[in-house]
Ligand binder design. Structure first.
Ligand code: FAD
Length: 411
């Protein structure tokens, strides 16, 4: 039996056995279980990405230019407050809708997807879910309308080891005074406010950390130079990340999120969300690499036939497709059922898979895979970063192992 006939008969048999009268495409939609609203967001962002992001992604990346126009359009669509309550100007969508949006946007332009991911998952959602009414008026309402928010946790001497941050918070009457240095603050050059984690008592370790809302134009806040990085400027060069120096920045006590000792818990809870965002971003980059590889393989002729007819290329494309789909399913699960383990697993798999898929993509393009005239090398650079920011892959593995043993009373 010819391969296509065999596949067709297997499909029919499968669907008959399941009692499901579905075409292959309906079956895919069924398994992802998107609601009408999620489907709408997917279609909207896919079209936006195709028409507004993909055509300029390479230019933005090579110039290291922040995508101001694109972010303005996404703000007008409401996507810079996707999960924020409607009374503060947001769309009030669920996390999966936002993850789908980040995936689709990252498919067109990884930089834009990352900016949307960090602003929403690490800044706006934190203020929306944990802020007081006064904090939301000052640090949320404008942030669904164009102002950009940041998340300042990492420091020169503390990345993965969050409990050892050195930025100091000292009480002074009705104020806290912040002093220290933060690293790699994404969008800080364009941003208007940031969440800052600082210690008010280093002896207390993680119990001595507080979470502050800090306007970036406050006296004593100094932005460093844009980090020169491969891929999204950050790892996508059109994203900007820089150091922030805090020199005796006076912050009213009403700008503390939660109680002063809650900072570490707040950071960890927010990173559970942030990792869903980075996982979705990685899936989008991986899908873009698969798109690039398929399009190239269809056109390129070697040994008298299209590359898609070569078994090794077909195998690579198949492997890439499996890597994309497994990462997507874990990411959608994590967005639907948020837990530290689910988020860590999604980020771990999505980051690694994106790097593997982008590597296959470079290989399929041969010499052109290394040329900046083609997208493959950009996907390769963009994919690499997803195993680092939001928590390195090694830490995700440790988290997964911890919860696995805990669930099995084996700690
Ligand atoms: C492009 C970009 C954007 C970023 N944006 C932000 C942002 O907006 N806000 C922010 O706060 N931070 C941001 N970061 C910082 C990022 O989150 C950190 O780089 C990351 O958490 C890792 O910290 P580190 O670089 O200090 O590496 P380290 O913590 O020094 O780790 C280095 C390596 O040591 C190993 N390692 C360390 N600890 C362990 C462990 N316990 N178990 C096993 N292995 C371990 C791992 O191999 C790891 O890769 C960004 C980083 C980049 C590159």
């Amino acid at each position: 039996m010819a391969t296509s006939a065999l596949i067709q008969s297997t499909k029919l048999c499968f669907y008959t056995l399941q009692g499901v009268k579905a075409t292959a495409s309906q079956c895919r939609a069924f398994t992802t279980k998107l609601t009408d609203q999620q489907q709408y967001i997917q279609d909207l962002c896919r079209n936006f990405s195709k028409n507004n992001l993909k055509p300029n992604a390479s230019k933005l990346d090579l110039a290291g230019r922040f995508p101001f126009d694109e972010i303005k359009k996404l703000t007008d669509l409401g996507l810079m407050g996707a999960n924020v309550d409607e009374e503060y100007g947001g769309l009030g969508l669920d996390y999966l809708s936002l993850a789908i949006a980040v995936e689709e946007l990252s498919r067109g332009c990884a930089s834009t997807g990352m900016i949307v991911s960090i602003h929403n998952f690490l800044y706006a959602n934190l203020v929306n879910e944990k802020g007081t009414q006064e904090q939301k008026e000052q640090f949320l309402r404008d942030f669904t309308k164009g102002s950009i928010g940041c998340f300042s946790l990492s420091e020169p001497g503390a990345g993965s080891d969050v409990a050892s941050i050195k930025t100091k918070a000292r009480e002074d009457g009705n104020y806290w005074v912040l002093r220290g240095k933060k690293s790699w603050v994404s969008s800080a050059i364009e941003g208007s406010a940031t969440i800052v984690f600082a210690t008010f008592d280093p002896e207390l370790k993680h119990k001595g950390i507080a979470c502050f809302l800090v306007p970036l134009d406050a006296e004593g806040v100094f932005r460093g130079k844009k980090e020169p990085i491969i891929g999204v400027s950050l790892c996508h060069r059109a994203v900007t990340a820089c150091d922030l120096t805090l020199e005796d920045v006076r912050i009213p006590k009403s700008y503390v999120v939660g109680e002063p000792g809650d900072g570490f818990r707040i950071a960890m809870e927010q990173l559970d969300q942030g990792r869903i965002g980075i996982a979705a971003h990685a899936v989008g980059i991986a899908q873009a690499a698969l798109d690039t590889a398929i399009n190239y393989a269809k056109e390129r002729v070697a040994f008298g036939k299209s590359l898609t007819r070569l078994p090794s290329v077909k195998d690579r494309l198949t492997d890439m497709s499996i890597l994309v789909e497994t990462a997507r399913l874990l990411t959608y699960r994590a967005a639907t059922n948020v837990s530290t383990k689910n988020s860590a697993m999604a980020k771990y798999v999505a980051g690694r898979n994106a790097a593997a898929v982008a590597d296959h993509c470079v290989q399929i393009l041969g010499g052109r895979g290394l040329s900046t005239d083609y997208d493959a090398e950009r996907h390769f650079r963009d994919a690499r970063g997803t195993q680092i920011y939001g928590g390195v892959t090694d830490i995700q593995k440790r988290l997964i192992g911890h919860f696995l043993l805990k669930e099995n009373d084996a700690l």
